[in-house]
Design a protein around this ligand. Structure first.
Ligand code: ADP
Ligand code: GLC
Length: 497
């Protein structure tokens, strides 16, 4: 089938979180299964800089707010990925530096309603067929609120491709005002509870749910959770109404990029292989830990550089957007107690809300030999943390799927997670019975508070002191099927429907 992916971010062009990973890796997996997948993104400045060459394939004049935009459709070429990328080029809307959604001061771009409505109109135009070619999509697969208006605009065309809308995170709903709605010249009948109106404004996420032929989200547990008021962000009514139109399909990970056996970001490749079960992975993983400790300044004296010392002292990791969702406050609340009562060290990589950045900075100053906090975005360090740490901490309040716990599993770095969404679907708690029957791959806690997180970490530390059992948990994790194949097939079945 011909599938057009529409999204606002995709690795390696532009990425702020897991959405970017999935929008890259799912098309690759579908391509391996025989589909012809193409991707359309806004022509952000960073994306234009990341491609090798571009060619204009068509243009369209489309309404914005108070202006008509000349929208160019570009076909981009990049050596590794070939010609599959299209860009919607409107320099006044997208030719901006940095983060695609927010200004450098952290506030949303004030014209986001216009930016993503114009983008969606352009994608709907492209969905009729790529200008100057015979390629017409059978299905347009949209991702998150920035593309929510795509199925709405496509619904007004005939004949039309089928549409699938994937919710990656309900907390970001693309909510705009009635003024925006009227200035964007949207059909007046859409201003209704049955369409895009949502609590006095309009929601692009709701538009995606209402107008698309099928709605998916990124794990089965999250699909159930979002139908309840606790996780539904006021969309539970709409979501319940979708019935069978809503399904949860677990994300996979790209094993070409996140693979400790071939990863070029890490210090020493390793991997669990049945045939060479001489535990060489343990030795090689330790080399990653020693280098990570050195590079982060956590091994501050000669004796701590030795492998015996590095081995005995557990190292925890966290990578992520520093937002409420990720439970950063729970980490901050329990760290002093953890440092006072154990010998662990921790590396944290992330950026986000100022109060978390400030709080973590203060903790790193208070415990300079125990905590390394890197503010910012670093692909290198992200891979090195997955490879070099002993445990990965992910105490999310909610987690639609979560990729970092899956990367951790694959890197033999058991995750300590809260029981929610995709974390619940991928991590099996190391209860004595699960350790015994070799199904345990991490540590799960159930009450969302710092005490419960600390207790789970302490359980993990206890097992860490029993190398045989610990290695078994790591090996179970490393052998888990986490690639895209099974889930990509589920998407194919959905497209066939
Ligand atoms: P979310 O999409 O909610 O942010 P996921 O766990 O699904 O969470 O995916 C996060 C992705 O973003 C992972 O690939 C992770 O490594 C990456 N990431 C997040 N923050 C950073 C950072 N500061 N530096 C490098 N990579 C990051
Ligand atoms: C979102 C979610 C995360 C998920 C990712 C990719 O950003 O927060 O849980 O893994 O999208 O689907």
């Amino acid at each position: 089938m011909n599938i057009l992916f529409a999204a606002s971010e995709a690795f390696p062009f532009i990425k702020t979180g897991g959405l970017g990973d999935v929008v890259h890796s799912l098309p690759v997996a579908l391509g391996k299964l025989g589909d012809d997948v193409r991707l359309v993104l806004p022509a952000y400045r960073d994306v234009l800089a990341a491609v090798d060459s571009i060619k204009e394939v068509g243009y369209r004049d489309l309404p914005g707010i108070g202006v008509t935009h000349r929208v160019r459709i570009l076909r981009a070429h990049q050596e590794e990925l070939g010609d599959y990328l299209y860009l919607i080029d409107v320099p006044t809307l997208f030719d901006r530096p940095g983060n695609p959604y927010v200004h450098s001061d952290g506030f949303n771009w004030p014209d986001n309603a216009e930016r993503f409505t114009v983008f969606s109109r352009a994608v709907a135009y492209l969905a009729k067929g790529v200008p100057g070619s015979h390629w017409i999509p059978d299905v347009v697969h949209c991702h998150d609120w920035q593309t929510g208006m795509v199925p709405a605009f496509i619904s007004m065309t005939y004949p039309r491709p089928k549409t699938v809308f994937t919710i990656h995170n309900l907390a970001y709903d693309g909510h705009f005002s009635h003024d925006d709605f009227t200035s964007l010249a949207l059909p007046p009948e859409w201003w209704s509870l049955n369409y895009v109106e949502f609590y006095g404004g309009f929601s692009m996420l709701k538009a995606g749910m209402i107008f698309s032929d099928h709605v998916t989200t990124v794990s089965p547990t999250y699909a159930r959770e979002i139908c309840t008021p606790e996780f539904g962000y006021r969309f539970e009514g709409v979501l319940n109404h979708l019935g069978d139109k809503l399904v949860g399909i677990l994300n996979g990970i790209d094993l070409d990029i996140w693979n400790p056996m071939t990863d070029s970001h890490i210090f020493k490749n390793y991997g669990y292989q049945e045939k060479t079960a001489g535990k060489s992975w343990v030795k090689n993983k330790l080399i990653n830990k020693i280098n990570l400790l050195k590079n982060t300044g956590l091994a501050d004296n000669e004796s701590e550089n030795s492998s015996a010392s590095a081995k005995s002292m557990p190292l925890l990791g966290f990578i992520g957007r520093l937002v409420e969702q990720k439970g950063v406050d729970l980490i901050m609340a329990m760290l002093p107690r953890l440092f006072e009562t154990t010998d662990v060290k921790m590396v944290i990589l992330g950026s986000g809300h100022m109060h978390y950045e400030t709080g973590l900075k203060a903790l790193a100053e208070q415990y300079p030999t125990r905590l390394h906090f890197h503010i910012g975005y670093s692909e290198d360090l992200a891979h090195q943390i997955e490879a070099g740490c002993d445990m990965f901490i992910m105490p999310s309040r909610f987690e639609p799927c979560g990729l970092n716990q899956m990367y951790s599993l694959h890197y033999g770095t058991p995750p300590v997670v809260s029981f929610t969404g995709g974390l619940a679907d991928t991590v099996t708690d190391a209860t004595p019975m699960a350790v015994e029957d070799k199904t345990a791959n991490g540590f799960v806690f159930y009450d969302l508070n710092a005490d419960a997180l600390l207790a789970a970490i302490n359980r993990a530390l206890e097992l860490y002191r029993k190398p045989k059992q610990w290695q078994q948990v790591c090996e179970t994790a490393m052998q888990q099927e986490l690639g895209w194949e099974a889930s990509a097939k589920k998407y194919q079945e959905l497209y066939m429907q």
